[in-house]
Ligand binder design. Structure first.
Ligand code: NG1
Ligand code: ZN
Length: 552
């Protein structure tokens, strides 16, 4: 380690005095102007992590659905997954170190993690379309090079695309080519194969309006659309040519305001969807003939996907276990429908895909979605082997179902192991011995899966929506002096502190029918989030308001 050079370059990316940031659920996130030093330091950290794991590490510069003025950074581990928890702590420590302590902190991390500093390092970098992202990703590169790491800058990418690149590079190309064409080809091939089998291929099933949040999703869908245009034609809105990123559009806006994005003309019963700013979330919606807006959120996406997968398994004659993982934000109606009508076990975890992902790995097939539209389905190695055998051996109908399942696994960006997992995962890298996969929610791949299922089942958007009726709900943000005074348990559904808060919420909830409410500190913004649902929109609004007053 050339400590002199680090000190010299670090001074060019100086930390503002008194600024303390935390590596949260989605890495570091704040106003872009406060992030230069964090980017440089994450470049340094990525090199150490790469040396330790002897693998390629990813760095993504984005603040997802947050306003254009914000930015953020997160590291992507060797199998495309979120950074290991001990390294999240190192990230926080390094980002907050004062200039004179930088050398010591770097040496500390290297010693604690037994990093061989002679080892080569390789880092790949991606960024979203924010005006600040280009310069900030250059600061990441400065950090990488000053520690002697090599890098490849992919430039503009969606977050899931960067995860894909990391995964492909670390699996020696067996999974797919680590290029943008490789990504497009892999997904489109599976989609076109799947939709070939759809009997309903009228125009109604083949066109979709997509609100791209004025972000990276627009660029990438435009590049990709000709690869899958045989099966689907997309019409893009909020493509960044006029509006501001995530402003009055995008998945987060549509979900939290429960209304359509600006900049999109919607005719009745037309199927529409919105991506978020880095294209890892998706929600669907439509206007009915009376002009009423209907949102189809992550819960209903999980329901569609899990019911389709369950039907395929029945067809194939395999009794594999399938489970759905949600968070406290899942609409009560969705949980009831999954458990009581579909007879699928449902589990609730803390907010943040890493928690859902972890739980979903316990099933042969684990489907997880946050209500905001971030999620995917995971398939165990056993499932993949069985399906592969079935696709080769079974007759007609069963074989057709097995083939569909194979293509769906591909479309979800899920690793295909061919049964020989251990022989080709990065040999030196074994964080917890689990066969982790990089798929963690991708708006483009989720969109293609949903479109394929609707076409294969011959479902209209209204029929999909009619699976169950959402309970009216409201989400609010509350600014408090210190959000950490609120702590929670039971997958964030119960407040433990401050004393008396949960009792107050219980009393308020009792006043309404079919009601439920909870509060939790956000992991990405300096706010407390309040959620309430009840039998009418008015009651849900009142309850949310009353609970937010109880938070003060
Ligand atoms: P916080 O800010 O902790 O609520 C938000 C989302 C999460 C997840 C993360 C990461 C809600 C209520 N919360 O977390 O689901 O997506 O951002 O982006 O939607
Ligand atoms: Zn996102």
């Amino acid at each position: 380690m050339d400590l002199g050079a680090i000190t010299k370059y670090s001074a060019l990316h100086a930390k503002p005095n008194g600024l303390i940031l935390q590596y949260g659920t989605a890495g570091f996130r704040t106003k872009a102007e406060h992030l230069d030093h964090v980017m440089f330091r994450m470049g340094l950290l990525a090199v150490l992590r790469s040396k330790q794991t002897k693998s390629t590490i990813g760095v993504m510069v984005t603040a997802s659905h947050n306003p254009e003025e914000d930015n953020g950074v997160k590291l992507v581990d060797p199998l495309g997954e979120m950074l290991a928890p001990s390294w999240e702590e190192h990230a926080t420590c390094l980002a907050n170190a004062e200039e004179q302590d930088m050398q010591r902190v770097l040496i500390d991390i290297s010693e604690k993690e037994a990093v061989n500093l002679q080892q080569d390092a390789f880092v790949v970098i991606g960024r979203d379309t924010r005006p600040s992202s280009e310069k900030l990703s250059q600061s990441v590169i400065d950090g990488v090079t000053v520690l002697g790491g090599q890098f490849h800058d992919y430039g503009l990418l969606t977050t899931p695309q960067l995860h894909y690149m990391v995964y492909c590079r670390n699996t020696g190309g067996r999974y797919g080519k680590a290029t943008i064409e490789g990504y497009y080809q892999k997904l489109s091939k599976a989609f076109v194969e799947l939709t070939k089998q759809a009997s309903c291929s009228g125009d109604e099933y083949r066109s979709l309006k997509v609100d791209c949040a004025n972000g990276i999703g627009a660029l990438k869908l435009r590049e990709m659309e000709h690869y899958f245009s045989q099966g689907l034609s997309v019409q893009l809105f909020n493509d960044g040519s006029k509006g501001k990123l995530n402003h009055l559009c995008g998945a987060d806006f549509v979900k939290s305001h429960q209304k359509p994005p600006q900049g999109m003309e919607i005719k009745s019963n037309e199927r529409c969807c919105s991506f978020d700013g880095d294209a890892d979330r998706i929600v669907y919606y439509y206007h009915d003939a009376d002009g009423h807006f209907h949102l189809i959120d992550g819960d209903k996406i999980a329901t569609l996907i899990s019911s389709f997968l369950k039907e395929l398994l029945v067809e194939i004659g395999e009794s594999l276990n399938i489970g759905v993982v949600q968070t406290a934000y899942a609409n009560g109606s969705s949980t009831r429908y999954l458990e009581e009508v579909m007879k699928v076990p449902v589990y609730c975890t803390k907010t943040g895909v890493k928690h859902l992902h972890h739980k979903a790995q316990e099933f042969d097939i684990g489907v997880y979605f946050e209500a905001n539209g971030h999620g995917t389905a995971l398939f165990s190695t056993a499932v993949e082997m069985k399906i592969k055998q079935s696709a080769e051996q079974l007759e007609d109908k069963k074989r057709k179902a097995a083939k569909m399942l194979e293509n769906i696994i591909d479309l979800f960006n899920q690793v295909r192991t061919d049964g020989a997992v251990d022989s080709w995962l990065p040999l030196h890298y074994s964080e917890d011995g689990q066969n982790r996969v990089w798929a963690a929610g991708d708006a483009i791949s989720d969109m293609l899966v949903i479109e394929a299922i609707l076409a294969l089942k011959g479902l209209t958007v209204q029929q999909w929506d009619a699976l169950y009726t959402d309970l009216p709900n409201r989400q609010l943000k509350v600014q408090v002096a210190d959000r950490r005074v609120i702590s929670t348990t039971d997958a964030e559904r119960q407040a433990v502190t401050p004393p008396g808060l949960q009792e107050a919420i219980n009393d308020l909830v009792k006043k309404y029918k079919l009601s439920r409410a909870f509060v939790r500190p956000s992991g990405t913004e300096d706010v407390v989030r309040v959620y309430a649902e009840a039998d009418s929109q008015e009651s849900a609004d009142h309850l949310a308001h009353e609970v937010s007053l109880a938070v003060f």
